[in-house]
Design a protein around this ligand. Structure first.
Ligand code: 5RP
Length: 220
């Protein structure tokens, strides 16, 4: 079985009757959502809060009832993927462009489970370029400010046009020449006017579901 399916489906076992569940975005949590859809058909009663329009569509197709922040105070469990997971369980997210809604939902959740195949597990964050969501207005100036923090920046494109997030914003994919302090950089980036959010998730993951060399499930 492929690793994404293995860890994605495992995460669905943590969902209990009555829970409000944050539904992440990406090709790993895709398997969690399919599994939850199967369980809902068998009688599991949950409500999902999707982290993207793509996930909302998938959840509806799977028959998972949805809710939103007008109707709820808190999320019981958030399940999401990641692009990198450090040994401290800090994350880089946003490869799929859903980082803002993902962070809002992770912050609102009592527990956050990350599903990650073995390729995502790293000692130190930084190999994967950090996605930074910015407002289109003034993005050229915002980019200059991001560069003064030591990043090389590249505007994310989708068929030659700027990629536009579900929130109507752009993304700069940012690389750093040396290792950085995730907590410090997360805060410094968000101090720049025009930066809406960045893909560093520091201290937010409670549990990471991954696989070891023998393709056995490993909980961290
Ligand atoms: C989307 C994300 C995803 O969780 C991340 O990109 C991992 O995706 P995948 O499971 O497809 O590898 O942060 O914004």
């Amino acid at each position: 079985m492929n690793e994404k399916k293995l860890v994605g489906e495992k995460a669905a076992e943590f969902v209990k009757d009555g829970m409000i569940v944050g539904l992440g975005t990406g090709s790993t949590v895709y398997y969690t959502i399919l599994k939850l859809g199967e369980r809902v058909k068998k009688g599991l009663s949950i409500k999902g809060v999707p982290t993207s329009i793509q996930t909302e569509k998938l959840a509806r197709e799977c028959g998972i009832p949805l809710t939103n922040f007008r109707e709820i105070e808190q999320i019981d469990l958030d399940i999401d993927g990641a692009d990198e997971v450090s040994s401290e369980l800090d994350l880089i997210k946003g490869g799929g462009g859903a980082l803002l809604r993902e962070k809002i939902i992770a912050k609102a959740a009592k527990q956050c489970i990350i599903v990650a195949d073995s390729s995502k597990m790293v000692k130190q964050l930084g190999e994967f370029r950090l996605p930074v969501e910015v407002t289109p207005f003034g993005c050229e100036m915002t980019e200059k400010h991001i560069r003064t923090l030591g990043f090389l920046t590249e505007l994310r494109l989708s068929t030659d046009e700027p990629f536009v997030t579900d929130n109507g914003n752009y993304i700069f994919d940012c690389s750093y020449t040396k290792g950085y302090d995730p907590k410090k950089i997360e805060q410094e980036l968000n101090m720049i006017p025009g930066v809406v959010e960045n893909g560093l998730f520091v201290g937010m993951a409670d549990l990471v579901i991954t696989v070891d060399h023998d393709k056995k499930i490993m909980l961290k």
